[in-house]
Design a binder for this molecule. Structure first.
Ligand code: ADP
Ligand code: TYD
Length: 210
């Protein structure tokens, strides 16, 4: 399928608490105040159906959820978001910023849960009609620092603890090595403003928007 896409698609990735939602919001504000029409979505969620799926995925009282079901629900949530929000907005010429997308499934369900990555690529391709981001920012910090920054209770996936977060981070790093043109590793230890500046520079350098 060819998606006639006029807008740009930018995604943010990283372990829980790395600061990517903060950066996604700062980028949204920056673009909208500089004349680029942009929207922000988050995963899992972002549509009525995807938010319902999110409840099943993250609620700590759903401990019986198996890893394969988790992978299927993550990608089901993504399929709905892609069809309902991401593709129509890109076709409309808007810039779409997503707080998590395909790489989260490879990092968490692959690296974190141990599902064969080839399956996850196929699931992602089916869920998104092969829609890839123009650029992905992987905000990188160590799990200990992320956990220090956290000021809320763990959800079902965060209950996997530091070991899971380390496996997730390693998988993101190897994805970034395999796709250096799409996935940019951003050092997550600077101030919010410093990290934001690096992201803007990268977007401008590559003419991603406008
Ligand atoms: P994520 O979306 O990756 O889970 P958030 O953006 O929600 O992370 O940030 C997690 C916590 O860390 C928040 O309390 C946020 O205010 C704080 N935070 C975000 N960016 C930074 C930063 N660069 N340095 C220190 N703390 C930060
Ligand atoms: P959320 O509260 O949105 O966390 P964060 O601010 O860290 O993004 O929770 C989303 C959780 O779902 C997070 O632990 C990562 C996980 N996740 C997956 O395991 N696979 C996926 O494909 C996606 C999109 C998220």
């Amino acid at each position: 399928m060819s998606i006639s896409r006029k807008g740009s698609f930018i995604t943010f990735e990283g372990i829980d608490g790395c600061g990517k939602s903060t950066q996604a919001k700062l980028l949204l504000e920056y673009l909208n105040s500089n004349g680029t029409n942009a929207i922000l979505v988050r995963e899992p969620g972002g549509t009525r159906i995807s938010e319902e799926i999110r409840q099943v995925l993250l609620n700590t009282d759903r401990r019986e959820l198996t890893h394969r079901t988790e992978a299927l629900l993550m990608t089901a949530s993504r399929a709905q978001l892609t069809d309902e929000i991401i593709i129509p907005n890109l076709e409309d010429g808007k810039t779409v910023i997503a707080d998590r997308y395909i790489d989260s499934t490879v990092a968490y369900q692959g690296g974190g849960r141990g599902i064969e990555i080839a399956w996850l690529h196929e699931l992602n391709q089916f869920a998104t009609d092969r829609l890839l981001p123009n650029i992905t920012f992987f905000v990188d910090i160590l799990p200990e620092e992320a956990s220090r920054r956290k000021d809320f209770e763990s959800d079902r996936i965060e209950e996997g603890g530091l070991d899971l977060q380390y496996r997730v981070r390693d998988t993101y790093l190897s994805l970034a090595e395999k796709e250096p043109n799409r996935i940019i590793v951003i050092d997550g230890y600077g101030s919010e403003a410093e990290i934001h500046q690096k992201i803007i520079e990268e977007i401008n350098r590559r003419n991603i928007v406008g």
